[in-house]
Design a protein around this ligand. Structure first.
Ligand SMILES: NC(=O)c1ccc[n+]([C@@H]2O[C@H](COP(=O)([O-])OP(=O)(O)OC[C@H]3O[C@@H](n4cnc5c(N)ncnc54)[C@H](OP(=O)(O)O)[C@@H]3O)[C@@H](O)[C@H]2O)c1
Length: 355
């Protein structure tokens, strides 16, 4: 049985999304974690650095190592990069050259244009020749492409929470591509496991604040993917907020309808069309929970799971469609979604290790 397991490595396994990958992969029925890297913890076992995994036998033997692409290429057939943007590409290039499949959780390969990357990330793209090769790792939208990809760019946490609710509506022509507004609330783990004053407990606890306005970096991939869905350039208004929670993202979207409704009968028809649109897109998706009754999304329902909850309401007073989503930024918004892509790429059940 052991020989059938896929050999998997994680570069940047000591960060928040790396730790979440470790959690998912230690208990994955088709994966064997063969290498985990961290410069600061090199030489220490997983069990020592993350005592919560200590009861897993593999955590007692597997030690963090320095990230060395040539060694990783011998240890694993698929490598997750849970590294800061800019750094991830440095590892992706030699790993791909060595024939390893790469799933990158950073922003390095999410946008197709090197000029857009430079505009939003403030430096030249380290490997622009790979941008066309990369597949955007949103399984519900790019499942067929992910199955064949050697470089998978896993989406950002905010983008996942905005794209999954919006893409089906744009594709169906139910909402206008112009004037989309997205407000998102995120837990502090979204900023990574780094010690910076603005993320200290006393700075974040009992505080809620916007940031990254008006041009958060994630807009680059959000607008790219919404433009693909709409078939026309899309620019949105996006305001992220930091809230005093460890994990979870709640997003509220305000959308203008293509054909506004004038009365209750037209609203009834539109309600049916929106419901049908979402059912068609996600009715059979294992990780999208459509809330069609009175329920509304709540991060407490999804934290620690790979599920995104989506609900919507038509507002007869403003004539707008309000769509809400909730996900765990570290799971569906990062590592869970990346494992979902790994499952697709490796030809194993898409839900393996995630339910
Ligand atoms: N946090 C989220 O909610 C989230 C969601 C979606 C996507 N992402 C993306 O996923 C990536 C990782 O995010 P994170 O939040 O997990 O970050 P993090 O907690 O800060 O962890 C970063 C990891 O990278 C390693 N690292 C940092 N600089 C490195 C370098 N120059 N060379 C080799 N290793 C290096 C660190 O370990 P050592 O310093 O010990 O080597 C650590 O393991 C980022 O690109 C982020 O944008 C994060």
């Amino acid at each position: 049985m052991k020989s059938q397991l896929k050999k998997i490595a994680i570069v940047g396994a000591s960060g928040y999304s790396g730790e979440e990958l470790v959690r998912l992969l230690l208990s994955h029925p088709h994966a064997e974690l063969t290498a985990v890297t961290s410069r600061q913890y090199a030489g220490q076992t997983l069990a020592r650095v993350f005592p919560r995994f200590a009861s897993h036998p593999r955590a007692k033997e597997l030690r963090f190592s320095e990230p060395k692409p040539e060694l990783l290429a011998k240890q694993a057939g698929l490598v997750f990069l849970a590294l800061p943007h800019g750094v991830a590409a440095e590892y992706a290039v030699p790993l791909l050259r060595a024939g390893v499949t790469v799933i990158d959780l950073s922003a390095d390969f999410r946008v197709k244009s090197a000029a857009v990357y430079r505009e939003f990330y403030g430096h030249d793209h380290p490997a622009p020749e790979l941008l066309a090769k990369a597949v955007y790792g949103l399984p519900e939208i790019y499942r067929a492409e992910i199955r064949k990809a050697s470089l998978i760019a896993s989406p950002g946490c905010y983008p996942t929470s905005i794209l999954l609710p919006t893409i089906p509506l744009l594709k169906a022509g139910l909402v206008r591509p112009a004037g989309i507004i997205a407000d998102s609330l995120s837990g502090v783990s979204g900023a990574g496991r780094k010690a910076e004053r603005e993320y200290l407990f006393v700075e974040c606890n009992e505080s809620a604040r916007p940031y990254g306005i008006p041009k958060h970096r994630h807009l680059s991939e959000i607008e790219q993917e919404l433009s693909f869905a709409a078939g026309t350039p899309v620019i949105i208004q996006f305001t992220p907020h930091l809230i005093p929670a460890s994990r979870g993202i709640l997003t509220t979207l305000y959308l203008d309808l293509k054909k506004p409704f004038a009365n209750a009968a037209e609203m009834f028809v539109l309600t049916g069309q929106i419901s049908e649109c979402y059912q068609k897109a996600y009715g059979r998706e294992p990780f999208v929970r459509l809330l069609e009754g009175k329920e509304l999304p709540d991060t407490k329902n999804v934290v620690g799971t790979n599920v995104i909850e989506i609900a919507w309401r038509l507002d007869p007073r403003t004539g707008r469609l309000i769509v809400m989503s909730a996900e765990d930024n570290l799971t569906k918004g990062a590592s869970g979604q990346a494992v979902q892509s790994m499952n697709l790429r490796c030809g194993i059940p898409e839900t393996a290790g995630l339910v």
